[in-house]
Design a protein around this ligand. Structure first.
Ligand code: BTN
Length: 336
């Protein structure tokens, strides 16, 4: 979800992750016992557990008993993701980091790597997640999926104009296949549930105008946000837990997403957005709705949404006729 709040949450140190993994059995562990097991001082354990609330993790501390995680963290595991990917596994080179400022930024700095498969970078805690239009993506430790995928296209930026919409189709397919029904798309690439943000995509391109192009496709999905993370978010937001009443298996959901992304991106590189257009429009939560577009030059345009074009442009019926709009800097709002 997006926020304009510029704060970057502090990264947790490796020791904090070790302590959390130890507490993940849901039992009480005394500071002394944790310190002994990890070969550090008690003060270091206590320091490592500072600031957990800021990353959305609740740690119970009870005098005389120690620390306990009331809600265990469901860790991402590379091997589990690969196993769930089955025959698709060989297509990917997956890395899971405990913490990263932004998985998109990291992949953009490493565009030369990933020659042995499609590079995927996922992180348990993203401390400076970026969204469209210079906004931030707020998430806590293990409360969602935050990952990026690097795809090499032979084509240039013009061909890729509908890419973010095609990625939206892949996310919708994945959500449905994971039993998460009722989500909708919002042009160009938000995923909403009852007009509240469930997932977002940030695509960043590197390369020549005529190709080849490296696309870094970053996806954030809210699974179960804590109140402390929600407090940082300045727009309507929701998560999978609120929709289904269950925390999904994160490894399984990531594997399903990668499976659907692989299929969509393979088709996209051959035929562009055209084969996905109808499916996209079927999922558009704003189809035939009165909307206002806020354009990068500060002006706005009112109209009714009338589908999307084969290059991913939004088609609008306006008082002065039909118009089409494209560009990641445009924001769409319902006209109330
Ligand atoms: C948006 O809704 O504006 C797009 C949000 C995209 C967030 C994801 S999380 C993983 C990847 N890394 C980032 O820094 N951003 C994307």
């Amino acid at each position: 979800m997006n926020t304009v709040n510029p704060t970057i949450k502090p990264a947790l140190k490796p020791l904090a992750f070790s302590v959390l993994r130890l507490l993940n059995d849901g039992e009480f562990h005394s500071g002394v016992a944790i310190a002994q097991k990890l070969g550090v001082s008690r003060a270091s354990v206590s320091n490592a557990l500072q600031g957990m609330d800021e990353v959305g993790v609740a740690v119970h501390k009870v005098h005389g008993r120690g620390y306990r995680l009331p809600e265990p963290i469901q860790w991402l595991e590379r091997d589990a993701i690969l196993k769930k990917l089955g025959k698709d596994a060989k297509a990917f080179q997956i890395e899971v980091l405990e913490t990263a400022v932004s998985t998109n930024s990291l992949l953009l700095q490493n565009t030369a790597s990933g020659t042995h498969g499609i590079l995927v970078l996922a992180t348990e805690l993203q401390t400076g997640g970026r969204g469209r239009r210079g906004r931030q993506w707020q998430s806590g430790l293990g409360d969602g999926l935050t990952f990026s995928l690097l795809w090499r296209f032979q084509q240039g930026a013009g061909f890729l104009s509908g890419l973010s919409l095609a990625v939206g189709v892949a996310i919708m397919r994945a959500l449905e296949s994971a039993g998460i029904q009722g989500a909708a798309l919002k042009w160009p690439n938000d995923v909403l549930f009852h007009y509240q943000k469930l997932a977002g995509t940030l695509i960043e391109l590197q390369g020549d105008m005529l190709g080849p192009t490296v696309a870094v496709i970053g996806i954030g999905i809210n699974l179960k946000l804590s109140d402390s993370i929600k407090a940082h978010i300045d727009q309507g937001v929701t998560d999978v837990f609120s929709i289904t009443g269950e925390m999904p298996d994160r490894n399984q959901l990531l594997a399903i997403l990668l499976h659907e992304l692989l299929a969509v991106l393979r088709e996209f590189e051959l035929h562009g957005f055209a084969p996905f257009r109808k499916e996209w429009v079927r999922h558009h939560g704003y189809e035939n709705k009165a909307v206002t577009l806020h354009l990068p030059d500060g002006s706005s345009q009112k109209g009714a949404v009338h589908g999307v074009a084969e290059d991913g442009s939004l088609l609008l019926k306006t008082e002065t006729g039909n118009r089409s709009f494209n560009g990641g800097e445009i924001s769409l709002r319902r006209t109330i």
